[in-house]
Ligand binder design. Structure first.
Ligand code: CA
Length: 150
């Protein structure tokens, strides 16, 4: 992050995964210039508050007591293929019906998240196409990455 986290929680990055490295399969969003992605992850800057509440978006009227990061994971709905429609798999807050994301303490401006290969349906040696976007900048995209999994 550019600055250390303040009093409000927010999504910082969105990561799109083309797990078969094929732009012809998966979801599309012409408006956002996305094609061929099977999954989306959101890396969230989350926090706990003095009133014992926690948030990954928004906040509380009380002071933050802990800053932590977590990565959610959503699968593009196969029936529609639209990037606007997802099935939730992993949730930063542990939303009922979804896997609770592992949490990592925020150290300075550094956020960390972890995604399990099993949840992405991938295995070592597989090549993924990954697009990372900053949440609060448009387009705010980094160059596409071809990632070979260890
Ligand atoms: Ca694909």
């Amino acid at each position: 992050m550019k600055d250390e986290p303040g009093a409000f929680a927010t999504t910082v990055l969105k990561l799109y995964f083309d797990t078969d490295n094929n732009a012809q399969t998966g979801g599309t969003d012409k408006f956002k210039g996305l094609a061929g992605f099977e999954f989306r992850s959101e890396l969230d800057s989350c926090m706990d508050y003095a009133d014992k509440s926690s948030a990954c978006t928004g906040g509380s009227a009380t002071k933050p007591t802990a800053h932590w990061a977590a990565a959610g994971l959503d699968r593009v709905k196969s029936k529609t293929g639209l990037m606007a429609e997802y099935d939730g798999i992993v949730d930063s807050m542990g939303f009922p019906g979804e896997i609770k994301a592992p949490r990592f303490p925020v150290v300075g401006k550094r956020l960390e998240g972890k995604l399990a290969y099993a949840n992405l349906g991938v295995k070592p040696g597989q090549v993924l196409r990954v697009l990372v976007r900053e949440e609060h900048k448009d387009p705010g995209a980094f160059p596409e990455i071809l990632l070979t999994l260890k």
